[in-house]
Design a binder for this molecule. Structure first.
Ligand code: CIR
Length: 267
């Protein structure tokens, strides 16, 4: 008999998005959490990059809400970590980093116009960057930010709406989606560390060269691929999918361990 999870994945349709929530970076963005050692982020440059990002989402047909920066929360523009929005509900997270927990109420307030909200309760922790939804299946990374209890709470919440989920240990990168993202209904773009992971075996896999690992954080929005600028090998690999590709410079967000997926909630 076919594996029930793989048969759901096999029939996956990627959600069509109509909205995105984003947040403009604050002046203190360079004091957010980072391990990148790429130097200090330039706020003015980051604002330009953010504006281009919002333009790109608009270009994909999304209506984009831009929230104001949250004073005292230098990572607040990485809104993806504060919630997981499904077609049915918005799961408000309990971010794994202590300095980011206060970002959550204002994201919940913005989402309550669109979805019923469900909250991850401590001791569960969850960052949205660890959650990849493909069709009606959720891969939930277990990382330094997302623990077993947090993953289980999300998993149980989405199971109530007929979805399935698999926990996946994240041994490399900050979040699961730092390394693995869907680039079509049945294809994942991923780094070498995840290439042979049994949980991902039901997909076609495009494995990124180790020098271009950052490009694993590529975003599929309504048929377009938005990828970070400066990764020619990955671009060439993605061209095989025959979809429009938009390259964006996100250098200042990369310095803060973030990238394209983290800068918005799409639904
Ligand atoms: C953090 O460490 O929490 C931020 N500096 C970066 C968050 C990036 N978010 C994401 O990949 N989903």
């Amino acid at each position: 008999m076919a594996d029930p999870i793989l048969s759901i994945i096999g029939n996956a349709t990627i959600m069509t998005f109509t909205h995105a929530i984003t947040r403009r970076p604050g002046k203190d963005m360079a004091s957010g959490i980072t391990t990148s050692m790429l130097g200090p982020a330039d706020y003015v440059k980051a604002l330009d990059q953010f504006d281009a990002y919002v333009d790109a989402l608009n270009g994909c047909g999304l209506s984009v809400t831009v929230l104001d920066p949250l004073e005292g929360y230098p990572d607040c523009h990485f809104v993806e970590d504060a919630a997981v929005v499904t077609p049915d509900i918005a799961v408000i997270t309990n971010p794994g980093a202590a300095s980011r927990k206060g970002e959550v109420p204002s994201i919940a307030a913005a989402l309550q116009h669109f979805r019923k909200t469900v909250w991850v309760q401590p001791p569960g922790t969850l960052d949205g960057g660890d959650v990849l939804m493909v069709g009606r299946h959720f891969f939930i990374g277990l990382s330094d930010r997302t623990n077993q209890q947090g993953a289980r709470q999300l998993g149980e919440a989405v199971t109530g709406f007929g979805c399935t989920w698999t926990p996946v240990p994240v041994a490399a990168g900050l979040h699961f989606k730092s390394s693995v993202n869907a680039v079509s209904e049945d294809t994942l773009l991923l780094t070498r560390e995840f290439a042979d992971h049994p949980a991902l075996a039901g997909f076609h896999r495009i494995v990124i060269s180790p020098q271009e690992a950052y490009a694993g954080n590529t975003l599929l929005v309504n048929g377009r691929l938005i990828m970070p600028a400066g990764f020619p090998k990955t671009r060439q690999q993605l061209q095989a999918l025959d979809r429009p590709i938009v390259e964006l410079d996100v250098s200042e967000f990369r310095k803060m361990d973030g990238g394209l997926t983290c800068l918005s909630l799409r639904f």
